[in-house]
Write a protein that binds this ligand. Structure first.
Ligand SMILES: O=C(O)C(=O)C[C@H](O)[C@H](O)CO
Length: 306
C-alpha cells in the first residue's frame, strides 16, 4: 500500500542568483527540488523527502540543514565522503534566464549508488516525482537502477509524476535522451512536459502532437508552454488552460518546476486536472516575480488559494 508521503528524486545545486554588481545571492535549487519545494509548501501535512546523494563538505551540510529547516527530509539518501554539491549561476536577459553550471562531479550523480537505500526512500509515498535531468546525470546502469526503483514504487501503489525537462548539454547525444525519456514515460502516471523541449528533442510540431505521442504511455498529460495556454489531456479529453500574463516578471527560473509542484499538490488534494492547472498557473506567475527558483512558502500558498 502506498503511504502519505511525497518524494522527489534528483539533484539540488547551490544556486547563484540576483546578481547586482559583483554581488550574488547564494541559495539552493534544482528542478526536482524546486517542484518538491512548491509541493511541500502546498501539502505540508505530507512527509516530504528529497531523494539524492550528498557530500560531507560545509555546503552539503548547509544544504541538508536548509531542507530540514523547511520540513524536507533526505530519507536514506547516501552521504558520500569527499563529495560536494554542484553549482549553477543564473544570468538574466530581461527576465529570461540562462544557466552556467559547475556540476560534472556533483554528489547527486551517485543517487542510485545504493539501490536498497533508493528503494527504501520510495516506500510509503503517495507520489514520486523525477525528471529528465535526474535521468541525465546518471550513468546507464544507475539510470536502470533508478527506473527499476520507480517501477517498484509504482507497483506498490505510488503515483509517478515525471517532467522530461530536456537539458541537451547533460546528454551524450539526442538518441540517448530520447530512449531514456521514453523508458521513464513507460513508468509514469502524470507527465508534465514543456512544449519547446519536446519540439527540440522529438520534433513535435504542436503541443497536441506532444500530447498524442506521450499518450502512448501516459494517462494524464500537461503540456506547458510558457505564456501560451497549457494543454491538459486526461483519458482522451483535451483542454487549453490559459496562462497568467505577468506584466513585470523578474526571473523565469523555476516557473515550470513550480507549476508542476502546484499541479501535483492540487491533484493530491483531490482537485481535477483543470482546477489543478488553474492553481499551477497562479503558482508559476508568483515564482517569476521573485529572483531564483524558490518563492517563499507564504507567497506560494497565497497564489494557490487564489
Ligand atoms: O538546469 C538545471 O539542472 C536546474 O535544475 C537549474 C534550475 O533550477 C532549473 O533548471 C529550473 O527549471
Amino acid at each position: 500500500m502506498a503511504g502519505n508521503g511525497v518524494a522527489s528524486i534528483g539533484e539540488c545545486m547551490l544556486e547563484l542568483s540576483g546578481q547586482t554588481g559583483p554581488n550574488w545571492r547564494m541559495g539552493f535549487a534544482g528542478d526536482t527540488f524546486n517542484t518538491l519545494w512548491a509541493l511541500h509548501a502546498l501539502s505540508g501535512d505530507r512527509p516530504a523527502t528529497y531523494v539524492s546523494a550528498f557530500g560531507d563538505d560545509p555546503f552539503s551540510h548547509n544544504q541538508i540543514g536548509f531542507f530540514a529547516e523547511n520540513g524536507i527530509g533526505i530519507g536514506s539518501s547516501p552521504l558520500i565522503a569527499g563529495a560536494r554539491p554542484g553549482l549553477y549561476a543564473i544570468t538574466l536577459t530581461g527576465a529570461e534566464r540562462s544557466f552556467t553550471y559547475w556540476r560534472g562531479d556533483a554528489a547527486a550523480r551517485q543517487l542510485a549508488s545504493d539501490p536498497s537505500a533508493l528503494s527504501k526512500n520510495l516506500e510509503n509515498q503517495a507520489l514520486v516525482y523525477f525528471s529528465g535531468i535526474t535521468l541525465a546525470i546518471l550513468e546507464d546502469s544507475a539510470r536502470n537502477t533508478l527506473l527499476a526503483a520507480v517501477a517498484g514504487a509504482r507497483a506498490a501503489g505510488s503515483l509517478i509524476a515525471f517532467d522530461p525537462n530536456y537539458r541537451p548539454r547533460l546528454w551524450r547525444n539526442r538518441e540517448d535522451a530520447q530512449a531514456a525519456i521514453v523508458e521513464a514515460l513507460a513508468v509514469t502516471d502524470i507527465a508534465l512536459p514543456t512544449f519547446p523541449d519536446e519540439q527540440m528533442l522529438f520534433g513535435d510540431e504542436t503541443a497536441r502532437a506532444t500530447a498524442k505521442r506521450l499518450g502512448q504511455w501516459v494517462g494524464e498529460i500537461i503540456v506547458k508552454n510558457g505564456e501560451q495556454p497549457a494543454l491538459i489531456c486526461e483519458n482522451g479529453m483535451q483542454h487549453d488552460m490559459p496562462a497568467i500574463h505577468v506584466a513585470a516578471p523578474v526571473d523565469t527560473t523555476g516557473a515550470g518546476d513550480s507549476f508542476n509542484g502546484g499541479y501535483l499538490a492540487a491533484r493530491l488534494a483531490g482537485h481535477g486536472p483543470r482546477e489543478a492547472a488553474r492553481r499551477a498557473h497562479r503558482i508559476a506567475a508568483a515564482v517569476v516575480q521573485v529572483r531564483g527558483a524558490l518563492a517563499p512558502f507564504e507567497t506560494l500558498r497565497a497564489a494557490f488559494d487564489g
